[in-house]
Design a protein around this ligand. Structure first.
Ligand SMILES: Cc1cc2nc3c(=O)[nH]c(=O)nc-3n(C[C@H](O)[C@H](O)[C@H](O)COP(=O)(O)OP(=O)(O)OC[C@H]3O[C@@H](n4cnc5c(N)ncnc54)[C@H](O)[C@@H]3O)c2cc1C
Length: 1012
């Protein structure tokens, strides 16, 4: 088990085809002709098969690589869940006009495809005409008359997509239908639609559905051994690796109950395979089940799905096989290729993983599948079930398992043409994966199926393409090995063109879980100001305690007194000219070394972030990654902006434009990102050549000292920067009145920014202030949005980091017709949060930073009656229960509340413009979230709301350096945006040098050119 679970197979052992191919090469050397011949027969029969299947015709016509295919997919994803006609109309008006529907009306198309195309075309035309001349009475009358009719036709087309994949609406009907089909080659595995419960109520509902399904199927008179497919994510709202202990307590007993019931009713059970970061988790639970008495020699119907596209697939099978042998127990394994490939690639890039958990070439997934089949062939205790619609894969497996028990599996609504070939073959057994349920629970499943049918890499898609040849379709994946180095998908670390992506610790990997569950216990930390590389021991010292247990002291910070501040300024001024004229290459080298040192010190840094700032482990990792990204991004930017540029002018004149460091810069950073913001501001200042006085928040003095030492270790000349610890009100006035100060960079509260601004106004010169402050950030969700998605993103944006992010969601606007539904799920999701010590990997919400912050938030909460709070049982530290407050008006919230508090209210879609005005009237301008599938809504909001960062259909926190430059305006800051192309320029003065180069002599250049 350990070998499968630790990251050996995803991180260290890189895929080389030697792992997969030798056995397949050997096998094909003998059997290739037979396999290809069989595959050819399957394809021949599939090509002749006339399914009259309207869905397949529609999918063939509207390829997902075309605009029309995409429109169809957007409609399928959203249309059926929208509750009101107006929003349905809006969605249709939004999407349909962009397609070239006329091209799809053809003589040789089915009537259904042509009718749909005509409906799409007419809708598009009417809508476009309407846009051209809204005052034309005829057009608007036509529009009104046709709308309901067209809406019905379009809804029917989309309904048809959905129906294609639903076997029956409920399990009783499904059971009846399957009994009627008893003479066919097919058995059934019923999938109770619904996945990814967000609340305990949802998971209970799904549990009851599964129980009911087992009972119904168990009582059915069918001679076939039907089974039930179970999605574990439907049975618990927090089906995540970090919650393993909780899941063992809450989910495992439910699984035991279901298996026990299945055993008593003689029904087989299969756990579906879900996302790669849930693989280890599922194996832990499977191991617990196998070790239990539930699985014995009597019951062999328990099974799991294994995805061949996962790099770990073959190792999982080896492990299962030897485990079963040891226990002398049997089970089923459904081998699939995997349905979440695009999601896995995106997630790995976002998380900065070392490698992808899945293969990145389609033919390698195919090879992996065959390799896994060989493992299953030698396993005595596994009954193999091959779920595939690929003719070559089927033919290979058939050949390999000629004399061995096995079955094939297909999805209901897919692959009929492929399996039609076996219809009269009594020796052939196949099971149909049959989704049961209503449209509402179907949508994520439907989108996966549409992708599978429409993607170019998919076998079914290739088969249905008019110009596909038998030779192409029966090509062995082995023959593609020479293409192994072609078209590589960049590794997650190389997704940015000129710089390395920061490395992200994957907290679903066992090795990392062990490492980060054992943080270095901080005690006796001593943090000092540093001048010229020397620690400044002063008399004023302050205790550093853990914000989640105020009795636990981790050390002491020695705050700078007046003499230390003055000495720092003097030393920095003395070195300013040297640093300005130092080599940029050297500065860049130091910054790169520093970034690498930050990555090398992950464990220490996380230990500090958790114990001193109270950040969760996951948030700490994100903080460190951002700091590393800042370093590498600014290093690249500095190269760009610090180049000398020649400007055009009359002959005989040389005009140069360049940027140069300003000089002494004071950097004041906050405690909520004690790594990222501290490092980002400091490095921006230093890399552009400014000597820098760094004043981090007093609450995070320990980590600031630790990081500053790393910077010196990276080779920063000790005179170039000084660390000055202490409270802003003691240090600020001296620094801000210093002669020679050129720049102040601040991130923190609006009040403090204003105080700094006032103090800088007292000076006789005009110096630069870059201030990044907070926001009253709003997220707007209309009824076209997916409620589960909205809830995930709101929970993440409002409560992660205990709401202590400038970008956090403070106000949620929900369209009135989905308000109750969304609130129910939101409250349910809030109840699943764990608020506890951030030292635990399972903690979702940690403490707020200090007693003052806690008291301020508590005062705010006490003003509201209509609030929903998570019950918490922690009382040692600065904990605030995550809270949702229902408000009537946006004006009920005046100031930013820096904690886990979300205010919610409704809006009407017709009042979108007024909503924009209300949000603008707050006079903050930092982040905005929009959840909508309707482009018109999105453009109205993005064009009219005045904020710096807008996020559409995603969460609103975690801006990525270089991808989402961060910062706002008005009460939210002065700009420029951190991690953006203008940031470094603000640390420089502009110089223009014009040289009359002909003053000494004549214009040699001009005279040497020959102008005949
Ligand atoms: C009965 C049944 C049950 C299923 N249960 C599950 C389940 O529990 N969990 C699950 O995840 N899926 C499940 N599936 C879905 C299944 O994963 C897909 O249907 C399957 O991948 C299609 O494989 P194929 O051999 O039919 O098609 P093919 O077209 O031959 O293969 C498609 C596969 O190639 C992969 N692929 C595409 N491009 C690349 C690339 N560049 N690099 C690497 N791989 C690539 C795709 O992700 C997909 O896995 C099930 C399918 C069936 C039939």
């Amino acid at each position: 088990m350990k070998d499968v679970l630790n990251n050996k197979f995803t991180d260290q052992v890189r895929f080389t085809h030697e792992h997969l191919t030798p056995q397949i090469t050997e096998y094909l050397a003998i059997h290739e002709y037979e396999i290809k011949d069989n595959a050819k027969k399957i394809i021949d029969s599939a090509k002749q098969y006339n399914s009259y299947n309207a869905f397949e015709k529609l999918m063939q016509e509207y390829d997902l690589s075309s605009d029309e295919g995409i429109v169809l997919m957007c409609l399928a994803e959203a249309l059926l869940r929208i509750p009101d006609s107006k929003t349905i109309n809006d969605l249709i008006e939004d999407k349909i006009p962009s397609g070239k529907w006329k091209d799809h009306i053809k003589n040789d198309n089915s009537i259904f495809v042509n009718i749909s195309s005509i409906a799409f075309l007419m809708t598009g035309k009417i809508l476009r005409q309407g846009e051209l001349n809204e005052t034309d009475i005829f057009i608007s009358a036509l529009k009104n008359i046709s709308k309901p009719v067209l809406r019905t036709i379009i809804k029917q087309s989309i309904n048809l997509l959905a129906k294609q994949f639903i076997f029956e609406k409920d399990i009783h009907k499904a059971s009846k239908l399957s009994s009627k089909l008893k003479d066919s080659i097919y058995a059934y595995s019923f999938d109770m639609l619904g996945e990814g419960a967000r609340t305990y109520a949802d998971s209970t509902k799904y549990f009851e559905n599964y129980k009911n399904a087992i009972l119904t199927i168990g009582k059915s008179t069918s001679k076939k051994q039907h089974s039930i497919s179970i999605k574990l994510s439907a049975l618990h709202p927090r089906y995540e690796r970090s919650k393993l202990d909780l899941l063992r307590k809450e989910l495992l007993p439910k699984l035991f109950e279901l298996i026990n019931l299945a055993k008593s009713m003689n029904v087989d059970i299969c756990f579906d395979a879900e996302e790669a970061d849930r693989l280890n988790l599922s194996l832990f639970l499977v191991e617990d089940i196998l070790n239990s008495d539930l699985i014995d020699s009597e019951y062999t119907g328990f099974g799991i799905a294994v995805q061949a596209y996962q790099q770990r697939a073959m190792f999982v099978l080896h492990w299962l096989s030897s485990k079963l042998l040891l226990l002398n127990k049997k089970m089923n394994v459904r081998l699939v290729k995997g349905a979440y490939w695009d999601t896995e690639i995106k997630l790995a890039q976002e998380k900065g993983l070392i490698n992808y958990p899945v293969f990145t070439k389609k033919f390698i997934t195919d090879l992996s599948y065959l390799r896994c089949a060989h493992i299953l062939e030698t396993s005595q205790n596994i009954f193999p079930q091959f779920a595939t619609h690929n003719a070559f894969t089927i033919a290979y497996v058939q050949c390999l398992f000629k004399d061995k028990p096995h079955e094939f599996q297909k999805l209901h609504g897919m692959g009929d043409e492929i399996y039609n070939h076996f219809d009269n073959n009594e020796d052939f057994s196949c099971r149909v994966y049959a989704p049961v349920g209503g449209h509402n629970d179907l949508l994520p499943y439907l989108v996966r199926r549409l992708l599978e049918n429409g993607a170019n890499t998919s076998f079914i898609h290739q088969l249905n393409k008019k110009n596909s040849t038998i030779d192409d379709l029966t090509q062995s994946p082995l023959s593609k090995i020479p293409m192994i180095e072609h078209n590589q998908i960049n590794k997650p670390e190389s997704i940015f063109p000129n710089r390395k992506n920061s490395y992200g610790v994957d907290l679903t990997e066992e090795k990392n879980i062990t490492t980060f569950s054992n943080l270095q216990i901080l005690h006796d930390v001593k943090a000092y100001s540093i001048i010229n590389g020397i620690d400044q021991i002063t008399k004023v010292k302050e205790k550093i305690a853990k914000p989640y247990d105020l009795n636990l002291k981790i050390g002491e910070a020695y705050f700078a007194d007046e003499s230390v501040i003055n000495a720092a300024i003097k030393s920095l001024n003395g070195f300013s000219q040297n640093w300005k004229s130092s080599s940029l290459d050297e500065r860049i080298l130091i910054v790169h070394k520093f970034a690498n040192l930050l990555e090398k010190n992950y464990h220490n840094l996380v230990s500090y972030c958790v114990q001193e700032a109270g950040k969760t482990i996951q948030d700490s990792i994100a903080d460190i990654r951002e700091a590393v990204d800042f370093c590498r991004y600014y290093a690249e930017e500095a190269k760009k902006i610090l180049q000398e540029n020649n400007l055009p002018g009359p002959t005989g004149e040389k005009n140069i434009y360049k940027l140069k460091a300003r000089g002494l810069t004071c950097v004041i950073s906050p405690w909520n990102f004690p790594v990222a913001i501290y490092v980002g501001q400091m490095i921006a200042s230093l890399i552009t050549g400014n000597v820098t006085l760094v004043k981090p928040a007093e609450q995070t003095s320990g980590i600031s000292y630790f990081i500053f030492k790393l910077l010196l270790k990276a080779g920063l000349p000790k005179e170039a920067a000084a660390l000055v610890l202490g409270k802003g009100e003691n240090i600020g006035p001296t620094v801000f009145s210093t002669k020679g100060l050129q720049n102040v960079v601040f991130t923190g509260s609006l009040n403090t920014a204003k105080i700094i601004q006032q103090q800088l106004h007292q000076r006789e010169d005009l110096i630069n202030l870059i201030a990044e402050t907070g926001g009253l950030n709003c997220l707007i969700a209309d009824s076209s949005a997916l409620t589960e998605h909205v809830v995930d993103d709101v929970i993440n944006s409002a409560f992660n980091s205990a709401g202590q992010r400038c970008s956090a969601c403070r106000i949620l606007f929900i369209e009135e017709n989905v308000y109750n539904k969304t609130m129910l799920m939101l409250k349910g999701a809030l109840e699943t949060l764990s608020i506890s010590s951030p030292e635990l990997i399972s903690t979702d919400v940690g403490p707020v930073i200090d007693v003052q912050s806690r008291e301020k938030i508590e005062r705010h909460l006490s003003q509201f009656n209509k609030k929903f709070q998570l019950a918490i049982d922690v009382n040692q530290g600065n904990f605030i229960p995550p809270t949702i407050i229902e408000i009537e008006n946006i004006s009920d919230v005046r100031d930013e509340i820096f904690g886990p508090v979300l205010h919610v209210l409704t809006f009407k879609s017709k009042n979108l413009n007024e909503l924009c005005n209300q949000i603008n009237s707050l006079n903050y301008g930092l982040t905005l979230g929009i959840h909508s599938r309707i482009d018109r809504v999105i453009s109205t909001l993005t064009n009219n709301i005045n904020v710096g960062n807008i996020y559409i259909n995603r969460n609103i926190v975690g801006a990525v350096v270089g991808s989402q430059p961060f910062g706002g305006h008005n009460k939210s800051g002065t700009g420029p945006k951190a991690g953006g192309p203008e940031y470094l320029k603000k640390f420089c003065y502009e110089y223009s040098i014009s040289n009359n180069v002909v003053a000494m002599g004549g214009n040699v250049d001009l005279l040497s050119n020959v102008y005949d």
